[in-house]
Design a protein around this ligand. Structure first.
Ligand code: B12
Length: 213
């Protein structure tokens, strides 16, 4: 059924994507597994777009279908009531509007018990700086998918440095624009492509801070 889900996502067949996602959930597949199949389908959509077989409208539809499928299991991840583990600010960096990955990271962090302040998409360095100054988060999470997102991430980290705020917050970067090497060059504290890794990093930061207090 995995391959069928990948192909249905690539073919932008919403009914089938929802049906296979539900079938996989019923048969005990984890949300992480299902996400990996949906992502593989999106990789194919990206390739079809690159080759000129798909157009912008198809990318838009792929995003809508992906979110609909995620809706089948993400809502159950939300956790209410318990005390916040720590505060995270997250946003998609300037000029980039791809927010599906960022939203998955948000859902996982919230389900793990963090307070998440989501600044949304196309967030400029000045807005990140103001948000860090105002909310004093434990972690700032920067998301970027486009190649040029690296420049926006770099601008944001430099702006925090200039304002004397860089050392007040741990920075994790993610999204398909970054890897370990690029994150190091940016001056980020960590890179993660897996939302669970992000949550683990945030927990380490918060525990270390509590220890030092
Ligand atoms: C859906 C989609 C769109 C949708 C986005 C809808 C939305 N609301 O997000 C729309 C239609 C808006 C869109 C627009 C464009 N897109 Co587009 N899009 C895609 C597509 C098909 C899927 C992206 C996606 O959502 N992937 C799934 C998510 C779950 O993956 P993810 O973002 O990487 O997130 C995961 C991890 O990276 C990580 N993560 C993400 N964020 C963070 C943050 C932190 C802190 C951490 C720790 C982890 C983390 O966790 C997530 C879960 O595992 C990709 C193709 C592809 N295969 O990636 C092209 C793609 C990204 N798009 C592309 C392009 C070119 C464009 C446009 C320029 C098209 C155009 N001509 O206008 C515009 C750009 C608009 C802009 N300025 O941003 C190119 C990018 C090329 C590049 N690398 O620079 C791609 C690769 C397609 C291609 N092969 O050509 N797109």
């Amino acid at each position: 059924m995995e391959q069928e889900l990948i192909e249905a996502m690539a073919a932008l067949d919403e009914d089938k994507v929802l049906q296979y996602t539900q079938d996989l959930l019923d048969s005990g597949a984890t949300s992480v597994q299902i996400q990996s199949y949906l992502n593989a389908g999106l990789q194919k959509v990206g390739k079809l777009f690159e080759n000129g077989d798909y157009f912008l409208a198809d990318l838009i539809v792929s995003g809508i279908i992906y979110r609909a499928a995620m809706g089948l299991f993400c809502s159950s991840m939300r956790r209410a009531g318990s005390k916040s583990l720590g505060r995270i600010i997250i946003g998609v960096v300037e000029n980039d509007i791809h927010d599906i990955g960022k939203d998955i990271v948000c859902d996982v962090l919230i389900s793990e018990g963090f307070e998440v302040i989501d600044l949304g998409i196309d967030v400029g360095s000045r807005d990140f700086v103001e948000a860090v100054r105002k909310h004093k988060p434990d972690v700032l999470a920067l998301s970027g998918v486009m190649n040029f997102a690296l420049q926006s991430m770099s601008d944001t980290i430099k702006a925090l440095d200039k304002e004397g705020l860089r050392d007040t917050v741990a920075i994790v970067v993610g999204g398909s624009s970054v890897n370990n090497q690029k994150a190091e060059a940016l001056g980020a504290d960590a890179v993660a492509d897996d939302p669970a890794d992000t949550a683990a990093f945030c927990k380490t930061v918060v525990e270390r801070k509590r220890h030092e207090e």
